[in-house]
Design a protein. Structure first.
Length: 480
């Protein structure tokens, strides 16, 4: 508290002095001091506001922490502050959100400008991770970070999801073989050094040794952003592969997981590096009506997923729907997504005699209308990280069904509303649970409301602020 009071006094004195001496720094460095440097990260508080109100020059510049902009009649200063959103993973705090308007006295304040690189395999295709990375890049540009995206896409590739014009995207390409891996590693090292990058964030890296190598060779601090529950290592990896993957994670400065429940799934030696940051969930503009039929008098069971036979298990869903289709003739299954398993899934629906009741549609950049039109959501995955489609469906007031042993899926449904089928990858169990949910229109409406309430804590602003805070910690000390 004493330090805050002293900082408040010093800030007010310096700003007031700058108004009294507006021309002393013309033609030179325009910053007053390290405190007012354009890269200084100011954290205003109520003490600072109180000090300014009692300062003898407070009549010339207004200090308002409630989103309004204040300035003296000559336009000498205009500062804007906002309250951060509350997040289950971040305490409430203050920060400045916008560089002060350029003043006659040339005093400028802004959040820090540090350079970050976000790395992922592909950005030209649809997917939850791809969308979140593009959103994160855009959000960091808005927070005045310098942002580079690096992917293995070819030069002619275009991003599936929109990118801010301030985001620089480097496509280093991919060919199989050790020589190309060496080329990619050296290309990444060169990019990190030439652009004076402060932090590298690798998404879904697992055993990708080239990213760890590039970070160490360039001296850049590394954050490993895990996009899956640690259960994946047990379900897909051998003991040796797990040992290698966890060993490489020791080289990271930070490990980002998506749910607090995941921390204990990692070796004890890694847990002090782990930070929990959920995915952002946008507020729904239109909510589903799970208990009311559509204009055609029918109900829709919706799945939004990559058509991946290894993890997503859409085949199990189609098998389960074939069990309930006869007893629920007014229900249809709608599947939105692309992937290598599409043809096999279409053949399966035909073999089970339900192809007329199963609609398969390609991925789209926005599925919000589909959520609002549906009556029940289902995710049969073996595991997830923070399943975006499930969270978005629930935020639209859509109750959900998944397996109770599916990490990520079960965790999210328990935070909101829905039903959990016993076991994992069991079509009969899933069919029984779907039947219960399909029969009870009242419970779908009740659990849909609970689902929307449960997702309300994952606001994009709070999540992206958490990312910015972590990246600043990885950046140079003067940025803090």
């Amino acid at each position: 508290m004493v330090a805050d009071a002293l900082a408040g006094n010093l800030f007010c004195d310096l700003l007031a002095w700058r108004h009294e001496h507006p021309r002393r720094t013309e033609g030179r460095n325009r910053s007053l001091s390290p405190l007012l440097h354009s890269d200084y990260f100011l954290r205003p508080n109520t003490i600072l506001a109180d000090k300014w109100q009692s300062h003898p020059h407070s009549s010339r510049v207004s200090f308002d922490p409630n989103h309004r902009v204040g300035a003296d009649p000559k336009g000498h200063a205009a500062l804007r502050y906002e309250r951060l959103s509350l997040s289950p993973f971040m305490p409430s705090q203050w920060r400045d959100t916008q560089r002060a308007d350029r003043m006659e006295s040339n005093v400028v304040m802004s959040p820090p400008l540090i350079t970050i690189v976000l790395y992922f395999f592909r950005l030209a295709t649809a997917g939850g991770a791809e969308r979140i990375i593009c959103q994160l890049a855009n959000a960091m540009v808005e927070r005045r970070f310098r942002v580079h995206l690096v992917s293995l896409d070819s030069n002619e590739a275009a991003a599936f999801y929109p990118l801010n014009t301030g985001v620089r995207w480097t496509k280093i390409g991919y060919r199989p073989g050790i020589l190309d891996k060496l080329r990619r590693t050296l290309a990444l090292v060169r990019l990190l050094k030439v652009n004076d990058v402060h932090a590298l964030v690798g998404f879904v890296m697992s055993g990708d040794k080239s990213i760890f190598t590039a970070a160490k060779l360039s001296g850049v601090r590394l954050a490993a952003a895990e996009r899956n529950a640690p259960a994946m290592y047990r379900l897909r990896y051998s003991r040796v592969q797990r040992w290698i993957s966890f060993g490489l994670l020791h080289l990271a400065d930070r490990i980002v997981v998506q749910m607090p429940e995941y921390v204990n799934g990692y070796p004890v030696s890694l847990r002090n590096k782990i930070l929990t940051i959920a995915n952002p969930v946008s507020m729904a503009r239109q909510h589903a009506r799970p208990d009311r039929r559509n204009a055609s008098g029918r109900f829709t069971l919706l799945a939004v997923s990559r058509l991946d036979p290894v993890q997503k298990r859409i085949g199990t869903l189609i098998g389960a729907f074939s069990h309930v289709a006869r007893t629920h003739p007014d229900w249809d299954l709608r599947i939105i997504g692309d992937g290598p398993g599409e043809l096999a899934l279409r053949r399966l629906a035909e073999e089970l005699g339900i192809s007329e009741r199963v609609r398969m549609e390609p991925s789209v950049t926005s599925v919000f209308d589909a959520y609002a039109e549906a009556h029940l959501f289902v995710m049969p995955s073996l595991w997830e990280g923070f399943p975006n489609a499930l969270a978005e469906a629930m935020s639209h007031g859509l109750p959900a069904v998944g397996f109770d042993a599916a990490a990520g899926v079960a965790d999210l449904i328990r935070k909101g509303g829905g039903w959990l089928a016993p076991g994992l990858d069991d079509a009969a169990s899933l069919a029984e649970t779907l039947s219960i949910a399909m029969d009870d229109h009242t419970q779908r409406a009740i659990r849909g409301k609970l689902a929307a309430q449960g997702m309300a804590v994952f606001t994009p602003e709070a999540v992206f602020d958490r990312w910015a805070e972590m990246l600043l910690e990885l950046g140079p000390k003067q940025a803090l």
